[in-house]
Design a protein around this ligand. Structure first.
Ligand code: MG
Ligand code: ZN
Length: 224
């Protein structure tokens, strides 16, 4: 009985996710689900990325249990920001994204970041209709997080190790972290960067641009 309920919930989520994907693709919007623990630097990454992507038009859906704080921060980088407050739900679901998409002008967007609720576990299990899942780890959270949270590693197309500028100051075995990532997902792109110093940001921006070209199928359809 309980298994049946869980299966139905996931089935409904998948149906809404498919609808989101259809709506976003119809509007020519590429979407990236950004997942990671609280404080790993998801918002900072998106904030730093938006100006580097100009003239690509970027919108953000940002999920948190409470407050509009991330949306207020991101509003300085783009006018198209929607904050979702999930209350006691520790991840975004497709219906949250569906509601938020309704408040965006998709025709004025090329790219949509969906910042998931800070959590390394259940965001991985919910399809939102995104094109790409990106997992974020921070050097300040310890070098064991990839090994301890294998599903975010195996389900992401890109993994980002943030706060790389702090590596001289924290105990973090970079070789161990890289080896864990490689073992769990040999095909994943691992990018090491700092949103605050700017180190490694260009490689990330190039990756996003190449993914957008790949999605559109025509390089010339990208603005700029
Ligand atoms: Mg945030
Ligand atoms: Zn959850």
């Amino acid at each position: 009985m309980e298994i049946q309920v869980v299966e139905n919930v996931l089935k409904l989520n998948d149906e809404l996710a498919a609808l989101n994907r259809q709506n976003l693709h119809a509007a020519g919007v590429v979407s990236i689900d950004v997942m990671g623990a609280p404080g790993c630097g998801k918002t900072a990454l998106i904030e730093a990325t938006i100006p580097l992507l100009a003239p690509i038009r970027v919108g953000v859906i940002v999920g948190d249990l409470a407050t509009q704080r991330d949306a207020q921060r991101l509003a300085r980088a783009t006018s198209q920001v929607v904050q979702i407050n999930t209350g006691k739900t520790c991840h975004l679901e497709a219906h949250h994204v569906r509601q938020a998409i309704g408040r965006l002008d998709l025709r004025q967007l090329d790219l949509l970041f969906i910042e998931n609720v800070g959590n390394l576990i259940c965001p991985v299990g919910f399809d939102l209709g995104q094109d790409v899942k990106v997992g974020v780890f921070a050097v300040t959270d310890g070098d064991d997080k990839a090994a301890k949270h294998p599903y975010i590693v195996t389900e992401s197309q890109v993994l980002i190790l943030t706060k790389i500028d702090l590596i001289p100051h924290v105990p973090f075995d970079l070789d161990l972290f890289r080896a864990d990532v490689k073992r769990l997902n040999p095909d994943v792109t691992l990018l090491e960067l700092s949103s605050t110093s700017g180190q490694g940001m260009q490689a990330w921006v190039e990756w996003v641009k190449s993914r957008m070209i790949c999605a559109s199928g025509h390089a010339e359809s990208l603005p700029g």
